[in-house]
Design a protein around this ligand. Structure first.
Ligand SMILES: [Zn+2]
Length: 196
């Protein structure tokens, strides 16, 4: 599977639905997180470096549409290493609890993140063979050199979230009754689940 290149080109796209005050906070947080960039991901992997820390949900802007509230933080640990064929790899683990909106009752649902992925670094623009692209055991991460850790963490969290999170049992009285209070999101969830 080929992933989108993680570059810094999307940086600075602020979340327009947030209030001005929040935008200012986000901007400040972003600039203080500049250190969360790896200058050369290939060197990072080759030398077996480790970077770990916490990221406030407030700065993980691409998650804001999906979470019930953008508070708290997630912990990440990024390890560089060499694979059995000498390939340069990154292992990313992300933990933390986020609050998603239940697609049935729209109330918050607590969700524990469990990201534990191994990514194979390839130079951006590298030609991957058809065999490599179809190899489900390998995940390729095209990188120029610099790696934006915040965007990588965002990417991996987005890929790990359930498409239609739901409580096992919704607490709302009447939630199980049919015909009452039709939920527009329920139709959407069904639509998303259909092939094509
Ligand atoms: Zn629910």
């Amino acid at each position: 599977m080929q992933r989108n290149a993680v570059t810094s080109c999307c940086k600075g796209t602020l979340f327009l639905t947030w209030g001005n005050k929040n935008n200012i906070i986000l901007r400040l947080s972003r600039s203080s997180l500049r250190l969360k960039k790896i200058t050369d991901a290939f060197v990072f992997a080759r030398e077996g470096r480790v970077l770990e820390g916490a990221l406030p949900l407030a700065v993980l802007e691409r998650l804001h549409d999906l979470v019930a509230e953008a508070t708290g933080e997630v912990q990440f640990r990024l390890c560089g290493f060499k694979g059995s064929r000498g390939e340069l790899m990154l292992e990313l683990r992300v933990t933390g609890t986020v609050s998603l909106a239940c697609q049935r009752c729209l109330q918050a649902i607590s969700y524990d993140l469990e990201v534990d992925n191994r990514l194979e670094l390839v130079p951006e623009g590298a030609d991957l063979s058809q065999d490599e692209l179809e190899d489900d055991t390998r995940d390729f991460l095209p990188v120029v050199r610099e790696l934006d850790v915040l965007e990588l963490v965002e990417d991996e969290i987005l890929l790990s979230l359930p498409v239609a999170p739901r409580h096992e049992k919704c607490g709302l009285p009447g939630a199980a009754e049919s015909g009452e209070r039709p939920n527009p999101f329920a139709a959407l969830a069904g639509f998303k689940g259909k092939p094509n």
